[in-house]
Design a protein around this ligand. Structure first.
Ligand code: SF4
Ligand code: SF4
Length: 452
């Protein structure tokens, strides 16, 4: 009789260690806040692709709640559902109950990753190398940058492409190689130093968040960011000791490592004494604005993390709201452009008008709004590597809409989205018709030559 009276949740806590971890970590308030209305369903790309309830935000929350309540065991299918989610967070602005779905997903993934007996030794080693040894170590990132730069400049890249040697590699590596940006062995600080005065009267002093991958694969975008900011009246400092934002860690179940990186960044930017912390990558910015939540259980860092989060702003928002905008000209007779939102910039930082306003200010361009521009492109951090099938399906639909705009330039605000768009353009044979460009590079290209 005693056994019969025992609740299923108590029973599962004792038999399934993953269930116990999920029950501990999943926020019960967020789980119960979901009233199952389904308003989030039309916003969800994985639901749009499959039409399956379990592939929707409401379905995933129901699965988490069933595990938290002890009425379901977290089996392989449960884990797969959590991994199929893009983490694009389009469900959040659509939700009338303000359910913090992103937090639930991170809590679920964190519990799953803690429960790593199922990982092969190869997976464990590569996760350890990427998350703990590479991204948080800017020296190693630069070493990767230098190796790529050597590959690109030594003639090896040309040889690999012309000889067909690339065909020996897996398909996704061939695709990535085709869209590899020009790598740099030197980060932005080595290239231009740490402090840059405003042109004209100073509006504010801001700090640039340079990013880890951005600093070696998109160094010119960072340089252009500094040019735009100083031109618009901001003094720019680039704190040298800043580190990776931790977004890939937080989204992949490495919450403790993400917290450690956050503490380092909070300290460094607090010491810089600036009025804004500027991000030019939606993926990074979205975690930076949530450092307050990431460190909310840490009494030592809680207050400074709140200060940090409140001071982070995307470059487009800063330029539009506080900057002295330069004139942007277009040399070509006419040019048609379109824009793919960065999910995290739009859904977490809630910035979608500012980039559109900025690009429309370039004289001589015609802006064509793309259908479903607010829908994820399938890049989603490393989703296109871990879930290539779904990412490919989403990208195919995206490229149909891109093609319909007949744009010559496709703009984005995040390096991951930019690479995914470049990949889509290659894959769909649109290389001769259009190019994908970061909005910062586009604006910089259209500044008056004397101002660069
Ligand atoms: S984060 Fe994106 S993919 Fe995941 S449930 Fe929400 S809308 Fe769907
Ligand atoms: S919109 Fe919000 S409350 Fe409604 S089902 Fe989706 S997550 Fe739940």
């Amino acid at each position: 009789m005693a056994n019969q009276a025992q609740s299923p949740s108590v029973h599962h806590k004792t038999v399934n260690p993953l269930a116990a971890k999920l029950q501990l970590r999943l926020d019960p308030d967020q789980l119960t806040n979901c009233m199952r209305c389904g308003f989030c369903l039309p916003a969800c790309p994985t639901f749009a692709e499959t039409g399956i309830e379990a592939e929707s935000p409401r379905g995933r929350i129901a699965l988490m709640k069933a595990v938290a309540d002890g009425i379901m065991e977290p089996d392989r299918a449960f884990e797969e559902q959590m991994n199929h989610c893009l983490g694009c967070r389009a469900c959040e602005p659509a939700c009338p109950a303000d359910v913090k779905y992103g937090r639930l997903l991170e809590q679920a993934r964190d519990a799953i990753e803690d429960h790593t007996e199922r990982h092969s030794i190869g997976v464990k080693l590569s996760r350890h190398a990427a998350f703990k040894k590479l991204f948080p170590n800017q020296k190693r990132m630069k070493l990767i940058g230098r190796s790529l730069q050597w590959y690109q400049q030594s003639g090896l890249q040309k040889f690999a492409r012309q000889s067909g040697a690339m065909k020996l590699f897996p398909k996704h590596m061939q695709a990535m190689e085709k869209i590899l940006p020009e790598a740099s062995g030197q980060g932005i600080v080595e290239q231009i130093g740490t402090r840059h005065p405003a042109k004209g009267e100073r509006i504010a002093t801001v700090a640039l968040f340079r990013g880890c991958l951005m600093d070696v694969l998109f160094t010119s975008t960072n340089r252009h960011t500094v040019d735009l900011l100083t031109e618009a009246g901001f003094e720019v400092v680039i704190p040298e000791e800043q580190n990776c934002c931790g977004a890939l860690h937080a989204h992949s179940g490495e919450a403790e490592m993400a917290r450690s990186l956050a503490r380092q960044n909070v300290q460094v930017f607090k010491d810089a004494g600036v009025e804004f912390i500027v991000s030019n990558a939606g993926g990074c910015g979205a975690l930076l604005v949530e450092y307050d939540h990431l460190l909310h259980e840490d009494p030592t860092w809680k207050e400074d993390a709140s200060w940090f989060a409140a001071h982070v702003i995307d470059i487009s928002e800063l330029l539009v709201r506080h900057g002295r905008l330069p004139e942007f000209h277009n040399e070509d007779v006419s040019i048609r452009i379109t824009y793919q939102d960065s999910c995290h910039l739009r859904n977490v930082m809630r910035t979608s008008d500012a980039p559109r306003q900025l690009m429309k200010q370039v004289k001589g361009v015609t802006y064509a709004e793309m259908k479903d521009a607010d829908r994820c492109c399938g890049s989603a951090g490393i989703y296109n590597l871990t879930q290539p099938e779904m990412a490919g399906q989403i990208l195919d639909h995206k490229m149909e809409h891109v093609r319909d705009t007949q744009a010559q330039v496709l703009l984005t605000s995040n390096p991951g989205c930019l690479l995914q768009m470049k990949h889509g353009i290659e894959q769909h044979g649109l290389r001769d018709q259009m190019q994908a460009v970061h909005i910062v590079d586009f604006l910089h290209d259209h500044m008056h030559p004397s101002r660069k």
